[in-house]
Design a protein around this ligand. Sequence first.
Ligand code: C5P
Length: 225
Amino acid sequence: TPPPVITIDGPAGVGKSTISRKVAARLGFTYLDTGAMYRAAALFIDRLGIDSEDETALQHALATVSIELLPAPDEFSDVEVVLNGEKVGALIRSPAMSMRASQLSALPAVRSRLTALQQEWGKRGALVAEGRDTGTVVFPRASYKFYLDASPEIRARRRALQLHAKGEEVDEKKLLEMTIARDRQDMERPIAPLVRATDALLIDTSDKTIDDVLLVILRVVESGL
Ligand code: C5P
């Protein structure tokens, strides 16, 4: 039997990464940040200046790209992405790259290549996979599936508070607009759109802390593993 997989999907800024990292740490599973792969692929494509309409050129370029994920140094940090041997760090984490990754992730050539890479990870060991389609497309036979949700207003507010705490200036209205635009793009694309898998447990995080959500997930998983 293949190693166990837990999938955690949901819209932008719902806390998937933080929660997935914690679940993985608690269970001793590997954390797979599929969004980081889409971000790296977007940077790769833009650096090469490939025309996103050119399906063949995209396929060729993506066939040889190397995207590695290094474990996050601590539970507060993102995974480090190594794109063709180069640590790309914060380059792929800007709001502009979030939108760009969302645009390019709708392309069939991008999705098929990254889905295959992600499925390879699933063969190597127990995983907590996080993203938009990990429970629907990448690991449809996952042992446990979760779908986290909260209103765009709540997600933008949380993000604003986070940035504020780091001393960064924030325009919450802008954040809200970007959150809504990215979700719409991810939900309305024809291939692997963001949707709750019918067999995923929906967790409304609106009135929950990170630790509340963590407890719900661990309770479900530990009762059945
Ligand atoms: O999760 P994150 O915000 O890093 O993802 C960036 C973008 O990558 C998303 O907005 C989405 O368009 C894309 N993505 C995807 N499928 C996944 C994970 C991310 O299409 N499984």
